[in-house]
Every structure is written in structure tokens, then in C-alpha cells.
Ligand binder design. Structure first.
Ligand code: NDP
Length: 271
């Protein structure tokens, strides 16, 4: 963790801001540009997109028009694993984003197995298209298969993570392997926000359920990627560095897990 607690240092030495804006299901065009612009205005310095999201052009336009220096913003995109070559697809992402490099390039999911795409990922890094490379939706076994053959190790595994999906064995295993977990769907794509138990903690602290769920991730040393297209919610989701959940709050939230503390990244495959 960096001194201000706003970033983590990855195993390759690069820094990643612990709070990022997710833009899955944000349509290309005005809505996506506004969303990214509002986030940058609210202080976010990390945006998480993907080739599969179809909005890289809008993300790139918003970054350029924001006036925030490129080197101050951490940009992630993801290799769509039905594509053939991760290196060639990285180049296409850079063209769509209108940037010279992404900070992080990850395999979106291990379709076809966990290792075949890694050569192309490594080449993308060697060519300077990506500063860091990693994976997403990899269970611990899949990560180990990849580590056994990788020249450059993945530094990140982006997985679904929240108090309700508290993949404790996956987190412990990733920490042991110096792989940072990024928590996707930290609000359960909205489903977890109405939970009474989360709501009671939020009420007591004078916070919102979204802030409690995001804060839980931060106190677990996760990088966290909430998504919203509403300006006030984007701002609200960033107000998470000025309060602390107590040990009792953390324990009460930990008890919501439905995965049995699994080392698996998913309960079901979607591919
Ligand atoms: P989240 O868990 O972040 O939840 C987003 C939902 O919660 C939206 O419906 C949003 O509504 C609502 N919301 C957000 N903030 C608030 C708030 N403060 N108050 C009330 N409602 C709120 O969703 P995602 O599933 O999108 O996950 C976040 C990101 O993680 C994605 O955007 C993507 O970047 C990444 N991801 C990666 C995946 C992978 O396979 N690697 C898979 C899934 C996600 P609204 O937008 O209308 O405000």
C-alpha cells in the first residue's frame, strides 16, 4: 500500500489506485463519456473497461477531454478471449482508446484454458502496449497452471468479490502468490444494496450501503471497482476513505458469504 492508502504496489512495481470506476454495461457514446468525466472530476484515477464492453472509444475520448494527464490515470482493458492473439487485440484496443499504452491488460476469462493466451499477453507487455498484465475469473487452480508456464507472472486477478462472495481461499492463495485481487461487482451489480444487514451497519455509521460494501473491500486490501452512471452515486462511491468499519462490522459482513470461502472464481461459467 502507498503512504496515502490510495494505491497498491503490484508485484511488478507498478502502482494501482485501489478505487476504480467500472464501465461494464455503460453504452458507448455520451453516457459513457459523461460517466468517465464525472468520475475523474470526483477524483477517480482508475477506469476499468474491456474489449467486450464496446465502449473503449468513449472511455478514451473522456480521458483525453478531461485534461487530466495520461500518466495520472490508470487504465485497464481486457482481452476478449474469443479473439485470436492478445498482442494484436491490445494494439486494436490502444487505437480505440487513443492512448499509447494501457496500465493493465488482463485475460477476461479463461476460455479455452488458462495458458494459451499468455504468450500474446507477454508480447503485449514487451512491446509496451501494457505496463502490467494479469487475469480475470481465474480460480486458484487455473492461476497455478498459468504460473507454471509464465515467464512474466500475472500481477492481478479480477474476480467477483463482496461480503456475499467472500472467496477467502482464493484471496489467501493470490496473496501468497503476490497476485492482487480486484473486486468486481462489489455491489452485486446492485443486488446487495438492499440487504437489511448491510443497511443496518450503514445507518449506524451514517453512510450508505454502497459505501459500506466498498469500504469492506478496501479493508480486505482489495482493489475495488464499483460502477455507476449517476453523478451523485459516482461521488458517493468515492467517499470511502474517511471512515472505518470496526472489527465487529467486518465480522458481521464476513458472515454474509455464500461461497463457503471458496478458492474458485465463479460458481458458474458463462462461456
Ligand atoms: P456493481 O456491483 O458496481 O453495481 C452496479 C450497480 O449498482 C448499478 O446498477 C448501479 O446503478 C448501482 N449503484 C452503484 N452505486 C450505487 C449507489 N451509490 N447507490 C445505489 N445504486 C448504486 O456492478 P458491476 O457488476 O458493473 O461491477 C463493477 C465493475 O466490475 C464493472 O463495471 C466492470 O468494470 C467490472 N466487472 C468485471 C467483470 C469481469 O468478468 N472481469 C464482470 C463484472 C464486472 P447505476 O449505474 O444506475 O447508478
Amino acid at each position: 500500500m502507498t503512504a496515502d492508502g490510495r494505491a497498491r504496489v503490484l508485484a511488478d512495481g507498478n502502482e494501482i489506485p485501489v478505487l476504480g470506476l467500472g464501465v461494464w454495461q455503460v453504452p458507448e457514446g455520451r453516457e459513457c463519456e459523461d460517466t468517465v468525466r464525472w468520475a475523474l472530476e470526483a477524483g477517480y484515477r482508475h477506469v476499468d473497461t474491456a474489449q467486450a464492453y464496446g465502449n473503449e472509444r468513449s472511455v478514451g475520448r473522456a480521458l483525453r477531454e478531461s485534461g487530466v494527464p495520461r500518466e495520472d490515470i490508470f487504465v485497464t482493458t481486457k482481452f476478449y478471449p474469443r479473439g485470436k492473439d492478445a498482442e494484436a487485440e491490445a494494439q486494436r484496443s490502444l487505437e480505440r482508446l487513443g492512448v499509447d499504452y494501457v496500465d493493465l491488460y488482463i485475460i477476461h476469462w479463461p476460455q479455452g484454458g488458462p495458458t494459451w493466451a499468455w504468450d500474446g499477453m507477454q508480447r503485449a507487455r514487451e512491446r509496451g502496449y501494457a505496463r502490467s498484465i494479469g487475469v480475470s475469473n481465474f480460480s486458484l487452480g487455473e492461476l497455478d497452471e498459468l504460473l507454471a508456464v509464465a515467464d512474466t507472472r500475472p500481477v492481478v486477478n479480477q474476480v467477483q468479490f463482496s461480503p456475499f462472495e467472500d472467496r477467502r481461499a482464493l484471496l489467501d492463495g493470490c496473496e501468497q502468490r503476490d497476485v492482487v485481487i480486484e473486486a468486481y461487482s462489489p455491489l452485486g451489480t446492485g443486488r446487495h444494496l438492499g440487504d437489511d444487514r448491510v443497511g443496518r451497519i450503514a445507518d449506524r455509521l451514517g453512510r450508505t450501503p454502497a459505501q459500506v460494501l466498498i469500504r469492506w473491500c478496501l479493508q480486505r486490501d482489495l482493489v475495488v471497482l464499483p460502477k455507476s452512471t449517476h453523478r451523485e452515486r459516482i461521488e458517493e462511491n468515492a467517499q470511502v476513505f474517511d471512515f472505518t468499519l470496526t472489527d465487529d462490522d467486518m465480522a458481521a459482513l464476513d458472515a454474509l458469504d455464500t461461497t463457503g470461502g471458496t478458492d474458485r472464481a465463479r460458481e458458474r461459467k458463462w462461456w
